[in-house]
Design a protein around this ligand. Structure first.
Ligand code: PA5
Length: 325
């Protein structure tokens, strides 16, 4: 997996030239829904964050089986699933089509691509054969390209954006140090709202690749509840704070506060010229760190037996689920 994370620059560059198939029905929408789970769903969180300060219409992320009740012919729904077979995402896409929404799709294949082709909806197919979480930059760029055909512009150009994935030696070095810091701990990843998708991505990577528990705390909400939990920790050696650095006085406050709590604190400073390149760089660090932690722990980073078990359960219960969702 280390090699695949280190090849993100090359694989992301490739997707820039992929072409969106199908044409949009129109470009005039009242709201946008981004639907996806896990390693595909994180793309929704990143896009949501990018649009937060610039979209004139509401944007919602759905990580469930149902689209929101207000979805209509005025809604653009973008379904993202690497495998194309994730039941939650498929259901949101199917129900949104039934509600008359404009739907677009990003996937490597599966049922999602079958639906996209048979319903003639815009779709971009990325290369298959990877684990969804490792295909993050491909899925992200593909989604940015699909949204672009609707007039939703998220980047000025890809080449400059992706340069940040090419500092391989530095990235390996930072990730090894971070893995060493986080080993044998329950990490608490703290970010401000802008970097929430990266904090979540970090947690997800530690969960899936390193088989570790981790939690995410977002500033300023952190300062209204979780902050109190650090006053009397059960075990100061197990809980470690990973802070996603941003020039933000409340992040500085959090660093001072946690240092006073006498817990291990690691401040992750991000390379990049803008929010998206910093998130990409941080995500590569998260991928590598979680892979090195898996090595430390003597476990296979690429195996996620429990997710497979859940998906098998969903397949068996599908007819039952259809009656309740
Ligand atoms: O990274 C993973 O393997 C998971 O989090 C998957 O992304 C998640 O189960 C959803 O599957 P998919 O991305 O194929 O829709």
């Amino acid at each position: 997996m280390e090699t695949t994370y280190l090849r993100w620059y090359e694989s992301a560059l490739k997707v820039i030239n992929y072409v969106v198939q199908g044409s949009p029905r129109g470009k005039d929408f009242s709201e946008v829904v981004l639907a996806g789970m896990g390693g595909s769903g994180i793309v929704c969180d990143v896009i949501y964050t990018l649009l937060y300060d610039r979209s004139e219409i509401p944007v919602t992320v759905v990580k469930d089986f149902k689209p929101p009740s207000w979805v209509s012919s005025k809604t653009l729904v973008c379904g993202i699933s690497y495998s194309g077979n994730t039941l939650e995402t498929l259901n949101v896409v199917m129900k949104s089509l039934d509600l008359g929404a404009e739907v677009c799709v990003v996937s490597s294949g599966g049922k999602l691509v079958e639906i996209a082709k048979s319903r003639n909806v815009p779709h971009l197919i990325v290369d298959g054969g990877l684990l969804p979480r490792v295909a993050f930059p491909q899925l992200l760029i593909a989604t940015i390209k699909v949204l672009d055909i609707y007039g939703i512009k998220l980047v000025d150009g890809f080449d400059k954006l992706l340069e940040v994935l090419n500092f391989k030696d530095l990235t390996i070095d930072v990730s090894k140090k971070l893995a060493d810091f986080l080993k044998d701990s329950i990490p608490v990843i703290i970010s401000n709202f802008r970097y929430y998708p990266l904090a979540l991505r970090f947690k997800d990577e530690l969960n899936e690749n390193s088989k570790m528990m981790a939690k995410v705390e977002v500033i300023p909400e952190w300062a209204h509840n979780d902050i109190v939990g650090w006053e009397k920790l059960v075990d100061r050696n197990i809980i470690k704070a990973l802070i996603i650095w941003d020039e933000d006085p409340i992040i500085e406050f959090a660093v001072d506060y946690l240092n006073e709590s006498e817990v291990g604190v690691y401040i992750l400073k991000l390379l990049g010229n803008d929010l998206l390149s910093k998130i990409l760089y941080g995500s590569q660090i998260a991928g590598l760190t979680s892979t090195y932690l898996a090595e430390f722990r003597g476990i296979k980073a690429d195996e996620t037996k429990s997710i497979d078990r859940y998906k098998a359960f969903l397949r068996v219960k599908r007819s039952y689920l259809e009656t309740i969702i």
